[in-house]
Design a protein around this ligand. Structure first.
Ligand SMILES: *Cc1c(COP(=O)(O)O)cnc(C)c1O
Length: 440
């Protein structure tokens, strides 16, 4: 399978090159040349596949022989080494819980898979210098990256995060591992961090001296691995094969920021997953809901919300969705989009807790709100919203709405006690560059 640059369709690279470089030289996102269709019998007999073999079936056609079967299965079993859970909240409303991994957000899946691929390709390359993973984070990506690349030989990880703008738990996840994980605490906001990383990637002096790559959500390995759990969701809803559900379709609502998660869902649809409707649910950073309404792409300045992992107004993965569907009208046939305020988010967390004793995090709550908005009348479909983070990650934002103390797991208490180690830098590019060039 080759991957083409969405800024120059003639420029095509292997999976390996797409993973190691992140984007094409003219900064185009990579996209598979062709989306493989999954054999019908796999969906029909989905109950016969365990999760690792299901992921293998979904992902292998995208990788071909670039990673041998055994190695790939090994990467997959290291990626999905926790439960993916479906929780029936009431009637036909389900929460697909993707946050049971090591850093308690769905990003563990994409990032761990990517780290497995990079580790494999590095071994093959026999590099004589470290590969440097450079990544800016608003919280969850940094935590997942730190965990996934911890102690991998030949890899150094540099994570830039905005000082005092991420939750305490997120900060501890990034700053307490040590080893090959370097946490840069930047005096500024997330945009500053992203700007520093982007500048470094287009800086020739840096490119000549260091082997840098990125771990952000445009990396194709992250995107591809996320396709899997949409099929997993189907398996969990229909654990036993029966003909009665052979026509049953899903309605899935995805809390969206950079639109990588929903992009993976739309690829799953193109591969043959029976989905009736997707819902893109955002916070007040509502560029895409406005686009679907007006046909005009007009990002406003990013606003801070309690669902901070989705505080993005110019979603980088959207160009992939546009490419797949050609125009906004085609997208609208399959995708509805709604946006919600912090107040609506907080109120629904409170009321779902009061009525069903289920705790939603602010991101999952937006997914739920999107689902409800779409389902004006009762229907007989299976309706799912993706829960993308564990509520405990956003304790300060939600605890007032829950009239019961949320108990902390042992591993969380242990983490909170660990000592933070960060390197504080200003948001000036020259300072950052000098630091980076002295790294290897
Ligand atoms: C990153 C993130 C999102 C948004 O996912 P995208 O793929 O960027 O749309 C939603 N919820 C949580 C908890 C996240 O960390």
């Amino acid at each position: 399978m080759l991957y083409k640059s969405l800024k120059n369709f003639k420029y095509k690279v292997s999976f390996k090159e797409a993973v190691l470089t992140g984007q094409s030289p003219e900064k185009g996102l990579y996209f598979p040349e062709k989306i493989p269709v999954l054999k019908k019998k796999i969906i029909k007999n989905i109950s016969n596949y365990d999760e690792h073999h299901l992921m293998m079936e979904v992902i292998q056609p995208f990788i071909g022989n670039e990673i041998p079967h055994r190695e790939l299965l090994n990467i997959i079993s290291n990626t999905v080494n926790f439960k993916i859970n479906i929780n029936n909240i009431y009637d036909n409303i389900y929460s697909l819980e993707l946050f049971l991994g090591p850093t308690m957000a769905f990003k563990d899946i994409g990032v761990k898979f990517m780290s497995g691929c990079i580790k494999y390709f590095c071994k093959e390359l026999e590099l004589n210098k470290n590969i440097i993973i450079l990544t800016a984070t608003s919280g969850d990506t940094g935590a997942a990256v730190a965990n996934a690349f911890n102690k991998i030989d030949g890899v150094k990880v540099v994570i830039l995060y905005p000082s005092s703008k991420i939750s305490i738990l997120q900060e501890k996840q990034i700053t307490t591992l040590g080893n090959n994980i370097l946490a840069l605490e930047i005096k500024g906001n997330f945009d500053d961090c992203q700007m520093l990383v982007k500048k470094a990637f287009s800086d020739n002096q840096i490119r000549e001296n260091l082997f840098i790559t990125s771990a952000n959500s445009i990396n194709i390995a992250r995107l591809l691995s996320q396709i899997f759990y949409y099929f997993m969701c189907y398996k969990l809803l229909f654990p036993i094969h029966s003909h009665s559900h052979s026509n049953e379709k899903l309605i899935i609502s995805i809390p969206s920021g950079n639109f990588g998660n929903i992009c993976a869902g739309l690829i799953a649809f193109k591969m043959g997953l029976p989905v009736k409707q997707f819902i893109a649910a955002t916070n007040i950073n509502d560029t895409i809901p406005r686009l679907l309404k007006t046909g005009i792409y007009n990002p406003f300045p990013t606003q801070e919300t309690i669902s901070n992992a989705m505080d993005i107004s110019d979603p980088s993965n959207f160009s992939r969705i546009m490419y797949m569907f050609k125009n906004v009208n085609n997208i609208k046939k399959l995708v509805s989009a709604y946006s919600f305020s912090d107040k609506e988010t907080f109120e629904i967390i409170k009321s779902i807790w009061a009525n069903y004793k289920y705790i939603m995090d602010p991101h999952g709550a937006i997914g739920y709100l999107g689902l409800k908005q779409f389902l004006k009348k009762k229907n007989n479909t299976k309706n799912i919203f993706l829960s993308t983070a564990a509520p405990v990650k956003f304790l300060d934002k939600i605890s007032k709405g829950i009239d019961q103390k949320i108990s902390l797991e042992k591993k969380v208490i242990k983490l909170l006690k660990k000592e933070k180690k960060s390197i504080q830098l200003s948001n000036k590019y020259d300072t950052f560059k000098k630091w980076l060039l002295n790294l290897d």
